[in-house]
Write a protein that binds this ligand. Sequence first.
Ligand SMILES: Cc1ncc(COP(=O)(O)O)c(C=O)c1O
Length: 409
Amino acid sequence: MTNYTDIHTLNPPQRLLMGPGPINADPRVLRAMSAQLIGQYDPAMTGFMNETMARYRQIFKTQNKWTFLVDGTSRAGIEAVLVSILRPGDKVLVPIMGRFGHLLTEISQRVGAEVHTIEVPWGEVFQPEQIEAAIKRVKPNVLAMVQGDTSTTMNQPLAHIGAICAQHDVLFYCDATASIVGNELPADEWQLDALSVGLQKCLGGPSGSAPLTLSDKCVDWIRTRKKVEAGIRTAAHQDGTEPFIRSNYFDLGMVMDYWGEERLNHHTEATNMLYCASECARIVIEEGVDECVARHKLHGDAMLVGVQAMGLKVFGDIQNKMNNVVGVYIPDEVDGDAVRGQMLDDFGIEIGTSFGPLHGKIWRIGTMGYNARKDAVLQTLACLDACLQANGYKGPHGEATAAALAHYK
Ligand SMILES: Cc1ncc(COP(=O)(O)O)c(C=O)c1O
């Protein structure tokens, strides 16, 4: 039994994380995170905050002034957007195609919204007409949906949804935690009103910061719910005309007042996560956002042809698969947990299990962020091939890396 009173240095095992996220952080991100703290209102700190806002405008392909970070994991970004835009009783439409659509539903319910859902089976995506028909029927204030649902590996096409929302005067919110910079998502061109993400997938960082962007229309709406805390409030501060936001930490109006010119005190910005988020964005901008998406496609496709060459059946509608993750059915004759266990114990490589209706049926294999690399893809394929054979798999052996290498030629 572990003796937790031992004083020892933290020394995590060496792992290659090839699941659906988190993945190994880029070493440049880890170095940026270890920089020393500075004061909350040091001009250097507020300068870094402004610089981070500018960097995420490039990541999101937006001109939105209000592009900033919520401190917390991706779920904090989701909750901040939903609690800030939905008043109790407002109608929200959530198209559900996997676990994270259920999360948007759950958070909207807790916010007190009237939640309407439509569903497709896991492994499929929605057609724009299905969403438009539901919008016409429900007449929601907000459409909340996920772009890349990690639970199913599907990438919901969004190019036409923003125009539909604009036409019906619906605010369009998207959670792109798993898909950002691994798949195309130009926020302005696709008319998103609110978009939130996380760092731990294609952005190559750890979880703990949720970058987001809000359109002017969305900000104007949030401002109608404005509230400034006693203690920092002055006579010049006016409350909004609509009911105030039912969260202090996630009140995006107050968070904007902190990130904006007024620098009104709210939380203490998580300085090292700011460094981290900023460096994640810098690395992608240096590569180019489109080039980063193309790299995820290249290595994601190499993984796909590799698992197919191994004789594994791929889950879901491959045409609409995210570039950065693939689901494969666990062959009947093998024990899925035993294969994953051996990959971790003998090779130090992690691949993902699944949730809900897919639990025990598929593995999810990611190629994202720092790990969207040729060597990581080839090592994972070789290791999976070896572990499948060791666990009684009857399909092809020794084909996977050759197929992936051929793809790279
Ligand atoms: C699409 C999606 N949304 C939200 C989340 C929740 O993120 P977090 O665990 O960082 O709060 C995840 C995590 O995997 C995700 O894939």
